[in-house]
Write a protein that binds this ligand. Structure first.
Ligand code: HSE
Length: 410
């Protein structure tokens, strides 16, 4: 016999209103939305005004509500709601990757302490059931890598820039209008959203907990028509990839644009579609593809979590603690760096240059750099510096001890 779920819903935007509709259309669930809490009192919505309340206590203080579904985009307000719901013994479903990435430790500890379930399938790759599969199906295989197009907005923008002669801002505005982009699109196009999702994947793939500050993210904001042409001439495509790979005994992880070849899982994944490639020691490579953003696709993942809670499902985090791999501090990898201004390229410290081009209005270099020699601020503060990695290029770890020995030798 399944549990009757009485839902308190926070947020009635793109995903919240989508959930309302898919829940109404699904007759498989023993669940009902009892109360809906929103922030803006005056916004026009598809339901009558009296369906909404504006104070979080309306839900939190209601002991009949046993499930909080949190679908707001303010991560700090969401933290207050979610932690209070835990303390009141309510299970929580969330789609808030920023919330989870920024408060991973506290949320895991508190949900465990309060004996409640915290599910967040919709936070990573929208409709693709990647978290539950990593937890349940891949719990015995030793995983070697996970790579994903995890951000629909940037994939949509890159796809259209690849196919049309439109400006970056024009196609981003379209992504915002359709409802793919975050209210702050910086999160999408500067690689933060991809990084937050990667952090969640790191936890469920490798049992690795980390904080946003420890993972490099660079984005697609500075991509130029010439960069796309460079890719086309070489038979490559640009994709923003959330990347994690076991190298020796460490995990190399970052979110960055990458040039991918036509045999890559990512090559034909276009528009708002997401894809994840999981490589297992025994299973080899498997790919999941599906819509990663948008109202109904994301709501479908929320619905799946709600459905799982009818049977008291919880993540078990079996890989946590059983895995000794740590996050690599520094590594050498191959990058492409371009700028309209040749002098900007000198900001990047190449260990070795493989290819370079320079003209009065566009220059690039391809070669090896240390990951520690670039960071988000460097990318963000140089308005036309575009940095991209290469998907299948070798990565070499730089171990701390090795660096110390090298510096002693100098
Ligand atoms: N802004 C996100 C994206 C929404 O574009 O992928 C789904 O997480």
């Amino acid at each position: 016999m399944s549990n009757k779920l009485k839902i308190g819903l926070f947020g009635f935007g793109c995903v919240g209103s989508g959930l309302y509709e898919v829940l109404n259309q699904s007759n498989l669930l023993n669940a009902s939305i009892e109360k809906i809490v929103v922030k803006d009192r005056d916004k026009h919505r598809s339901l009558a005004k009296d369906r909404f309340s504006f104070e979080k206590e309306t839900v939190l203080d209601d002991s009949a509500i046993n499930l909080v579904v949190e679908l707001i985009d303010d991560a700090e307000a969401a933290f207050e709601i979610v932690t209070e719901a835990f303390r009141r013994g309510k299970n929580v479903v969330s789609a808030n990757k920023k919330l989870i990435a920024e408060h991973l430790d506290e949320l895991l500890a508190l949900s465990e302490e309060c004996g409640v379930s915290f599910l967040y399938e919709a936070a990573v790759c929208g409709s693709i059931p990647v978290i539950r599969n990593l937890e349940e199906y891949y719990n015995n295989d030793s995983l070697a890598s996970i790579k994903g197009i995890c951000n629909g907005t940037s994939n949509y923008v890159l796809t259209r820039l690849n196919n049309e002669l439109k400006s970056f801002d024009e196609v981003l505005a379209d992504a915002q209008a359709i409802g793919f982009a975050e209210s702050d699109p910086t999160l999408d196009i500067d690689g933060f959203d991809s990084k937050y999702k990667l952090q969640i994947l790191l936890l469920h793939t490798f049992g690795l907990k980390t904080v946003p500050q420890n993972v490099l993210n660079i984005g697609v904001r500075h991509v130029k028509a010439e960069d796309i042409l460079f890719a086309k001439e070489k038979g490559l495509r640009l994709k923003l990839i959330s990347y994690a790979k076991k190298v020796e005994d460490e995990i190399v992880a970052f979110a960055a644009p990458m040039f991918v070849k036509d045999d890559s899982f990512a090559f034909e994944v276009n528009n708002e579609f997401n894809a994840v490639e999981i490589e297992g020691l025994f299973a080899d490579k498997q790919v999941f593809v599906g819509k990663g953003a948008g109202s109904f696709p994301t709501a479908s993942a929320v619905l799946s979590d709600v459905s799982a809670l009818q049977y008291n499902y919880k993540y078990e985090y079996r890989k946590l603690g059983s895995n000794s791999s740590s996050l690599a501090d520094d590594f050498v990898f191959k990058v492409f760096v371009s700028s309209k201004n040749a002098e900007s390229l000198s900001l990047i410290n190449f260990i070795q240059v493989e290819e370079e081009f320079s003209s009065s209005n566009y220059s690039y270099k391809v070669g090896l750099i240390k990951s520690s020699s670039i960071n988000y601020e460097l990318y963000r503060n140089q308005p036309d510096l575009f940095i991209a990695a290469f998907e299948d290029a070798e990565i070499e770890l730089i171990k701390k001890e090795k660096q110390q020995v090298e510096s002693l030798e100098v």
